[in-house]
Each structure stands twice: as C-alpha cells, then as structure tokens.
Design a protein around this ligand. Structure first.
Ligand SMILES: [Zn+2]
Ligand SMILES: [Zn+2]
Length: 347
C-alpha cells in the first residue's frame, strides 16, 4: 500500500510499504478521510517519545472495514468506522476506571500503534477490545466522522468545568476545537458564549457559529472586556483552546468566584511557567482544571452528536488533499492557512 512515512524529523515521504498483515483477532480499515491534527505537526517537527521513525502517524480517522478476523465482533465487513487516538491498555487502574487517557502506557493510534496517513489501517486486537472504534451511519460523511476524535477531546474538556444551564462561558482560541465548543456549550446550557481570537481569518470562520460576543485579542484587553460582558463578575467558565500561557493567566484572572477554568490547549516544552497569584485562586474559590485527549466513551458520544447535526463542522473543514500532497497539507496546517485539513489516502 501507499503510505506517508515519517522517515526522520521534518521528513515525510509518500512511498510503497508492505500491506498490514491481519489475523483472526484484527481488522483492516480502508482509510477514507484522516484529518491533520496540531499534534501531527508537533511530532513532524519536534518528535515524540512514543513515535519511533520510520513511522506512520495520523489519528483522526474514518474509513470502511475491508477485512475482519473470525474472532472480531466489534466491527464487521463493510462497516463505516471512525477511529480515535487514545487507546486504553485496559489493565491499569486508570483504564479500569474509564480514565484511559491518563493511562501510564498511553498507547495511541499514530504513535506506538501505526497510524492512518496510509491507504489501509490495521486495527489490532487491543484497539478493537479497548480503543475508540465507533461505527457511523450513512448520514455521516467520512470527513465529518473523522472529526469525532477532536470533538471527543472537546467533550472531555467540557465535562470537567461543571457547565450548567444559564451560565456564561469564555472560549479563548477559535481553532477547530474552539469552534466546536461553541455548539457544545450551547447544548450544555450556556446562554452567553464569548469567543476570543487573535487572527482575523479564524475569527471570520468562528462567526459562522453564532456566538454572542467575539473579541479580537489584538485590539482589546481581553480580561477587562470579558468582565464587562459579564456585569463585572467574570464568566462562570473559561476554556483555553489555544497554546498560549498568557491565555492561561487571563483565564484565571477573569473567571468568576466559584467558577471553572479548563486549560485545554497544551503548550510547547520551552514555554515559561504560568504566573498567577495563589491568592487569586484562594479568594475566588475557583477550580482550575486541565484536560488532554479522550476516552472511547467520548468518541462514541462525538459520533452521535455529529450524526444528529448538533455540532456543526462545515465551516471548519477548509482543505482537502490526496496522500501524495501530504507535505502540502502539513504546510497549510503549520502556516495556519486552514482550520481542519483532510487527507484522502485512497482518492
Ligand atoms: Zn488530534
Ligand atoms: Zn492503562
């Protein structure tokens, strides 16, 4: 089959590789759509201890089952299936308690397990038994189904902030996650959704989601404006869907007493520590949480929400590339010219 192989840091080559070998306990997926994720770019540029080149990365996947071993019951031939990233080991205390994204081994598709920037993706036994493998209906296009992976992560983040009917939420960073969180926040009862974004281009896309307030962080003091928009008391919930330590600081600074912050977007290795007065948290009695990745339950829920059209994805799917043009796809992502970029390995 044809695959994009990460040969070494910064070098991705599309070439023929051996077809994945399946057995009685595994299945084979013909990959229709795989989205480029910010973490793919980080692996490509800076590496990751869980990825050993030469390797095939890619973890936001949708395709069709073309082989299923005789012991496989999770999927069957012809099923259209979305596959997420984090694969619980199933054995450790985190995995046994449904918190597999905190697993110490932290298996993931496109990391230790071969990924989907390839014509075919093997679903080995562990992935079929424990992993995020969710069939989807004819209603859903594979491009949209592939987005169940990032949407699952967004759901995980929102589950940690205790968002309730009638509350106000601030989302800092209008990338694909921030945009999908606008719809999720509405579903969960937010009556006021305030969006913060630096670049104009992303702001224009985010405006299609119809949030209540859009703040350009280049032009205004974000904390002051968010306080003003909430009658001086600050938002009930703030989520940072960007990779900026300043956003983390602003989030704690602006959140209401008893409010919740979720530091969703991860930061690079060499970023300075966040600087917040402990007394700010102390006197606000606020909750500062973090989140990363998701568990299979989130992936399944994400597919259902997408099937019902409750989270919209049309505005954020901006580019499509065949596998041969993967370097162009990565370049488009890296230069933030696109939002969600979809690679079609069998186009
Ligand atoms: Zn991802
Ligand atoms: Zn585990």
């Amino acid at each position: 089959m044809k695959a994009a192989v990460l040969e070494e840091l910064g070098k991705m080559v599309v070439r023929d590789v051996e077809d994945p070998q399946t057995d009685d306990d595994s299945a084979l997926l013909k990959v229709e759509s795989v989205c480029v994720c910010g973490s793919d770019i980080r692996i490509f540029r800076h590496g990751n201890p869980r990825v050993k080149p030469p390797a095939i990365i890619g973890h936001e996947t949708a395709g069709t089952v073309v082989e299923a071993g005789k012991n496989v019951s999770r999927v069957k031939l012809g099923d259209r299936v979305a596959v997420g990233a984090d694969v619980p080991c199933g054995q450790c205390q985190w995995c046994r308690n449904g918190l597999g994204n905190n697993c110490q081994i932290n298996y993931a598709m496109g990391y230790q397990i071969s990924g989907s920037f390839a014509q075919y993706l093997k679903l080995p036994r562990l992935v079929l038994e424990e992993g995020p493998v969710t069939p989807f209906s004819e209603k859903l296009h594979p491009d949209v189904a592939a987005l169940a992976e990032p949407l699952g992560c967004a759901i995980n983040g929102l589950e940690l902030v205790n968002l309730r009917l009638g509350q106000t939420i601030v989302l800092i960073g209008m990338g694909p996650i921030g945009c999908m969180m606008i719809d999720l926040a509405r579903l969960m009862g937010a009556i006021r959704v305030i969006c913060v974004q630096r670049s104009r281009q992303r702001m224009e896309i985010a405006k299609q989601y119809g949030a209540d307030v859009y703040i350009a962080s280049e032009e205004e003091d974000v904390v002051t404006r968010c306080r003003e928009e909430t009658g001086g008391q600050g938002p009930d919930v703030v989520i940072t869907t960007c990779g900026s330590v300043e956003a983390h600081e602003q989030a704690v600074e602006m959140v209401a007493h008893r409010g919740y912050v979720n530091l969703f977007g991860g930061l690079g290795k060499n970023v300075r520590p966040m600087s917040v007065l402990s007394n700010t948290i102390h006197y606000k009695e606020c909750f500062v949480t973090g989140s990363h990745g998701s568990v299979p339950r989130h992936h399944e829920l994400a597919v259902k929400l997408l099937e019902q059209g409750l989270v919209r994805t049309e505005p954020i799917i901006t580019h499509h590339f065949p596998l041969d043009k993967i370097n162009e796809a990565f370049d488009t992502m890296e230069n933030k010219r696109g939002m969600k970029i979809i690679v079609h390995p069998n186009a």
